[in-house]
Design a protein around this ligand. Structure first.
Ligand code: PLP
Length: 389
């Protein structure tokens, strides 16, 4: 039985999959079963920021697996402590405490529990069109009914929503009972939607005045993707709690809740935890990721290449493109009609891109890509769209 038949017979049918199966990757390229090579501008949805099979990462993971992969949090774990120290070396001032979990949704779940416990308040604000994950509380925070439909019984009634980018809408919703606001620096799954510096600064200031915690979901924007270590640094805003996952592990499942010493103290032994959270294997992988991002200056590459790429994409003359937006190496090209066709044409030409939110072609490549690789897609897109002018 081939992979397609096995998938349809034995797996849940909860994903819409492209008809290709990758066997391995190297750098910014992936290879399928037939040996075809693809330039990857998806990076496993913003996970594979250091590319595939980076020798330092492979060495860290194999060496760790050969010694010890899992230790319970009943004991001290050196790799976990090392990782927390490394994260503290790149986070905004004061954000020195980490709690490790296994995914982005779980990180948000932990952040929300922490905020409710710390503030002793009962309500949470989030934005319409956001995405924070699929577990119960993170699904509640996800301000899109399409993800919540039929799961309402599992979602608490603590959530309310305001318009992303609209500070007045936020001010009209916040009350003395608002424990936290949770927000993405860029609404990534929501179509790479950006908002102004003033908007984020207002959220920060109003939260401070109101005693509400600002949780920033950096699951997709963190670890250098936007041209800063964390997306919120583009706006000079320091949140109270930050959540990480995706690129943190370079391909192994890890998430983190990062906050100040003071806020972290709301969790005491037994208040929160998870069996696999921060085990030696995933922490050794994440330590290697941070070292590689630093050594290879990938944050800077995201900034300079992202800027140039976005400017080139904006120069494409097409009636179908309505907007090009983003920050660093998260770029959305909103199209009137042909987003899916662009994805299919790119695939045919050995380039992987992905459409999010119906009509936005999203570029979230490994942060190691170079100008020639970015140009390759720009030229492909330009040639494809010229048919429709
Ligand atoms: C901003 C954001 N938050 C949370 C999540 C959920 O992360 P995970 O799929 O690891 O649970 C995602 C996933 O796409 C995301 O983009």
């Amino acid at each position: 039985m081939n992979v397609k038949d096995k998938t349809s017979e034995f797996l849940f049918q909860n994903y819409g999959r492209n008809d290709v199966c990758f066997t391995h990757g190297k750098g910014a390229y992936m290879f399928d079963e037939k040996g075809n090579r693809y330039l990857d501008l998806v990076a496993g949805i913003a996970v594979n920021s250091i590319g595939y099979a980076h020798p330092k990462w492979v060495n860290a993971v194999t060496e760790q697996a050969g010694r010890i992969a899992h230790v319970s949090n009943l004991y001290h774990i050196k790799e976990q402590a090392d990782l927390a120290e490394k994260i503290a070396s790149v986070t905004p001032k004061g954000m020195t405490r980490s709690l490790f979990v296994n995914s982005g949704a779980e990180a948000n779940e932990g952040a929300l529990k922490l905020a409710v416990r710390h503030t002793k308040r009962t309500k949470v604000l989030s934005t319409f069109n956001s995405f924070h994950g699929r577990t119960a509380a993170s699904l509640g925070a996800t301000g899109q009914t399409k993800y919540q439909e039929s799961f309402e019984p599992l979602i608490g009634n603590c959530f309310d929503y305001f318009d992303f980018g609209d500070a007045e809408s936020f001010k009209s919703k916040i009350t003395k009972d608002t424990a936290a606001v949770i927000i993405e620096p860029i609404q990534a799954e929501g179509g790479v939607r950006t908002a102004s510096k003033e908007f984020f600064r207002t959220i920060r200031d109003v939260c401070t005045d109101n005693g509400t915690l600002m949780i920033v979901d950096e699951v997709q924007t963190g670890m250098g993707r936007t041209g800063e270590w964390f997306g919120m640094q583009n706006y000079n805003v320091i949140p109270d709690i930050m959540t990480l996952a995706k690129a943190l592990g370079g391909g192994v499942p890890i998430g983190a809740v990062v906050t100040t010493s003071e806020i972290s103290s709301a969790f005491t032994p037994g208040s929160h935890g998870t069996t696999f959270g921060g085990n030696p294997l995933v922490c050794a992988a994440a330590c290697a990721v941070i070292d590689i991002i630093k050594d290879e200056k990938l944050v800077q590459n995201a900034k300079t290449l992202g800027k140039k790429w976005m400017s080139d994409l904006k120069k494409i003359k097409s009636n179908d493109i309505t907007e090009v937006r983003g920050l660093g190496l998260i770029i959305g090209i909103e199209m009137k009609e042909h987003a899916k066709d662009v994805q299919n044409d790119a695939l045919k030409n050995g380039v992987l891109v992905n459409v999010c939110h119906l009509n936005t072609v999203r570029l979230i490549p490994p942060l190691i890509i170079n100008e020639a690789e970015a140009d390759r897609f720009t030229q492909l897109l330009s040639a494809f769209l010229s048919k429709y002018n």
